[in-house]
Design a protein around this ligand. Structure first.
Ligand code: GUN
Ligand code: FE
Length: 424
């Protein structure tokens, strides 16, 4: 069987929030793309399997990006000089309007998919634009990359731009067509319901999208409580709701019938947090974006301690880097500033906590992904950290920590597996 093998190397993964596992010179047995178990010694029962030998190299779960905007990849690294609402109007909406041109989308999405392919990311939850055909093109490119992804045609029927807005019925019908064309079409690429955020979507549209999610059993992605001005605006637009997340919840878009991921949650209130917990809503923590667009620092220590589901997102182009290694470092760093400046009862995040969010935490959105435990789909990266030389003895766990801090995710990346298939 092509997807049955044993991988040999220095194995690192994070099955628990606060505890990672490191096995020097270990083995992971993979059968039909699924992890059987990691082992310290190669068991007799696996001796007939081919060995993928990465002795002395780090073998870690693939990185999960729970929030990324494919069309914004074009202007990453530009325009980190405004807050969210102005940034959307002046940069994001202007770039996204260009994707009505299929030739432009083709060029841009090839570049995007190639960048993700060469990164440590093995799973991603992706925003397209309002344009159905361009978004389907993006899905074709994502499928070719070998990465597993959810991709959404974005919905916006208010407060867009002249060239980036849809009439309500049209937005709904395009989404129905998008689902008809993409659900079940690919092996690794799936549609996801994608209301941009409450200010972009009327109640009527949100209600129809909730219905689509329920009828087609499709997951949902959106943005929540990212910026104070945005939160205040939602309060004005939806005076009957007690808090932002309640608007999504009212229309079945808050983990009611399907997995839901909300990006940011920097300014969530106690009630919003309680409802996210109750509904099992995933939080995509995007620390680089939260710094660049001056949104603030999300209280991730609280979310982890209270048992909410948290993963990491690059949020290109609010964030400037596709690297989830960088997101891990950013998450640890902003948690130290949060502790110092905001609340000394919220301890900074540890390296295992950052690794957990980047792998198993976000991976849970896809089912059993992001760990080397029995029954998990085998997604892995192999890193040759000898390209980061050092004079001292280090443990395997220390080498993994250092590779994340120093490497930026492409450094020494010599192999990548998705669902048991080697794609690099
Ligand atoms: N809220 C609504 N749309 C966006 C977007 O494109 N990026 C970010 N960071 N926040 C948003
Ligand atoms: Fe975003």
């Amino acid at each position: 069987m092509m997807n049955s093998f044993v991988i040999h190397g220095d194995i690192v993964f994070c099955p628990y929030k606060k505890q990672m596992v490191a096995i020097e010179d270990g083995w992971v047995v993979v059968r039909d793309g699924i992890v059987e178990l990691p082992y310290i010694e190669l068991p007799d029962s696996a001796k007939d399997l081919p060995v993928h030998d990465f002795k002395g190299k780090l073998v870690m779960p693939g990185m999960v990006d729970l929030h990324i905007h494919a069309p914004q990849y074009a202007f990453r690294g530009l325009g980190a000089d405004m807050e969210l609402l102005d940034w959307l109007k002046n940069y994001a909406f202007k770039e996204e309007a260009k994707y009505g041109d299929i030739a432009y989308a083709d060029k841009a999405y090839r570049i995007f998919a190639d960048a993700l392919y060469h990164s440590a990311t093995t799973r991603a939850v992706v925003f397209g634009t309002i344009h159905r055909k361009s978004t389907q093109l993006l899905m074709d490119r994502m499928e070719e990359s070998g990465i597993v992804s959810y991709v959404g045609k974005v919905n916006m029927d208010r407060n867009g731009a002249e060239d980036l807005i849809e009439e309500t019925g049209e937005s709904f019908r395009r989404t129905e067509r998008f689902i008809a064309h993409t659900a079940g079409k690919y092996r690794n690429t799936y549609p996801i319901i994608t209301p941009r955020f409450v200010p972009s979507c009327t109640d009527e549209l949100l209600s129809r999208l909730g219905w689509l999610s329920e009828q087609h059993e499709l997951p949902v992605q959106s943005h929540l409580s990212e910026n104070p001005g945005e939160v205040a605006w939602v309060g004005e637009l939806c005076p009957d709701s007690r808090f932002y997340g309640e608007v999504y919840d009212k229309y079945g878009l808050f983990g009611n019938s399907a997995n839901t991921v909300m990006a940011h949650c920097v300014w969530s209130t106690d009630e919003e947090i309680a409802l996210m917990k109750e509904r099992g809503v995933f939080i995509a923590h995007c620390p680089a974006s939260n710094m660049n667009v001056a949104s603030g620092i999300a209280p991730i220590r609280r979310y982890l301690d209270e048992g909410l589901r948290v993963g990491l997102g690059s949020d290109i182009a609010g964030g400037h880097s596709t690297s989830i290694f960088t997101a891990m470092v950013d998450a640890m760093q902003v948690s130290r500033l949060y502790w110092r400046h905001i609340d000394q009862s919220r301890k900074p995040l540890s390296f295992p906590e950052a690794l957990y969010m980047a792998t198993k935490g976000g991976g849970a959105f896809f089912g059993k992904a992001g760990s080397f435990e029995r029954g998990f789909e085998f997604d892995a990266i192999v890193i040759d950290d000898s390209v980061l030389p050092h004079p001292q003895d280090l443990t395997v766990a220390q080498r993994a920590e250092r590779a994340v801090w120093l490497g930026g995710d492409k450094t020494g990346l010599i192999a990548k597996y998705v669902r048991g298939t080697k794609i690099i």
